[in-house]
Design a protein around this ligand. Structure first.
Ligand SMILES: Cc1ncc(COP(=O)(O)O)c(C=O)c1O
Length: 421
């Protein structure tokens, strides 16, 4: 079976749609100056770093254009720092604050009640994590591996020792590993939803995490940047959105959560984030210097706020398109590369694919670094699994937040590279 025959088996991917992920041709995407589209030579198809190949939320584009046109690009002022009483889509000066927009978004999406006074603006999520580590005085940080590589670098930069806890083969939390790690750590940085696997912990698992953390006196920091990007089909199967916010779980009263609209709405170039504390986290958050909250950009704050306030429908279309891409990938790999296994994901736009046993052109398995084979032979850039740490060897992380055209081209290239005589 060819890639195009396999693709016809899924409702997919090749059909025209109004999805923001099908807005641009490959030729247009190549004009982008972002990291994803400039790191590699033009003959390489970039399916790596966490950027989406999407059109923006129209209201976000509108806000940014209005602000730039007016030269309204000074320091953040009152509109972003105080709650406006009423807001309309057309007038960006009446947007709520980022904090207020998050409160409304979290209530609507996850039925999570957050007190706005427990939220601080951060420059971005990773710097927010660094501030949290510093404020809590963490000296040994537990992380679950394989995990987003910057967790290691930021922890090291903050002067922390790392204690790694392996996850299970299916990407679930391994509580024996976690307990071992908590015996040596005074902090835990959880990634929920998990990058790279896209797995989300259940309420029971999160409750156990907080019980264990309480028992060993471990401070918990949770990175929820991928939270809005849950799979609608996983939600239908579960009867509810599969993402469980850490602050909805008993025992999380002192936890610190980092969130940003940057990932779900593709605004990484407009840096801003939020630190949300549990009801008893005030004393810790008060240690963070107040000036930190001035370090996000004015346009970024308005863009994130507009995304959370008006981007719901856009987000749901994107989530649905990611499901289509994921299904298409699964079906195609099942037919063409049965030795590849994709970790079932409930969230994120990543596919975490084990390819070590896939036979290369000479019948030799791709082994511990299939990304290298894909780069040199299929001309596709994916993230090598080993860069996420122990347990990542033999995997690749593929970014599915792209057009049907790009995904089909990638699958065709993989097929051609593997069947080349
Ligand atoms: C889990 C996770 N946290 C943080 C970030 C980076 O966020 P920021 O740019 O706001 O620091 C990423 C980016 O991909 C991520 O996947």
């Amino acid at each position: 079976m060819t890639v195009s025959e396999a693709s016809q088996r899924t409702v997919s991917s090749t059909q025209p749609s109004a999805s923001p992920l099908d807005a641009y041709s490959l030729e247009q995407l190549r004009k982008r100056t972002s990291l994803k589209w400039t790191r590699y030579e033009p003959h390489i198809l970039p399916m790596w770093v966490a950027e989406m190949d999407c059109a923006p939320v129209p209201q976000v584009a509108n806000v940014v254009q209005q602000m730039v046109n007016l030269g309204d690009v000074g320091y953040p002022g009152k509109t972003q720092l105080q709650r406006a009483s009423a807001h309309t889509e057309a007038d960006y000066t009446q947007l709520p604050s980022y904090e207020q927009a998050y409160v409304t978004f979290a209530k609507e999406r996850w039925n999570l009640t957050v007190d706005e006074s427990n939220i601080r603006i951060m420059p971005d999520v990773m710097q927010g994590i660094a501030h949290a580590i510093q404020a809590l005085g963490i000296r040994a940080l537990a992380i679950t591996t394989p995990v987003y590589p910057y967790f290691r670098t930021y922890a090291r930069n903050a002067g922390c020792a790392l204690v790694e806890a392996n996850m299970t083969n299916t990407g679930a939390l391994d509580f024996e590993e976690l307990e071992r790690a908590f015996q040596q750590a005074d902090g835990f940085l959880l990634c929920n939803p998990h990058n790279p696997s896209g797995v989300v912990p259940t309420t029971d698992e999160l409750t156990r995490v907080f019980q264990l953390a309480h028992h060993y006196n471990v401070h918990v920091i949770v990175d929820e940047i991928h939270a809005p990007l849950t799979s609608p089909q996983a939600a239908r199967a579960a009867g509810t959105d599969p993402f469980v916010p850490a602050l909805s779980v008993p025992g999380s009263e002192r936890a610190l959560v980092l969130f940003s609209a940057a990932k779900a709405f593709n605004l990484a170039g407009l840096k801003a984030a939020l630190m949300i504390g549990g009801p008893d986290a005030h004393p810790i958050m008060d240690v963070i210097p107040a000036e930190v909250s001035q370090s996000a950009g004015t346009v970024a704050l308005a863009a994130h706020t507009a995304a959370l306030t008006y981007g719901g429908q856009w987000l749901d279309t994107v989530r649905h398109t990611i499901d289509l891409r994921r299904n298409h990938l699964h079906t195609t790999l099942q037919h063409l590369l049965p030795e590849a296994t994709v970790t079932p994901a409930q969230a994120t736009y990543f596919a975490w694919i084990h390819m070590a046993d896939v036979q290369g052109p000479q019948g030799i398995p791709l082994g511990s670094n299939p990304a290298e084979f894909l780069l040199h032979n299929a001309h596709i850039a994916v993230n090598p699994g080993h860069t996420f740490g122990a347990g990542g060897e033999g995997y690749v992380r593929m970014n599915l937040a792209t057009s049907a055209e790009v995904l089909d081209t990638a699958l065709q290239r993989i097929h051609d590279a593997l069947t080349k005589k």
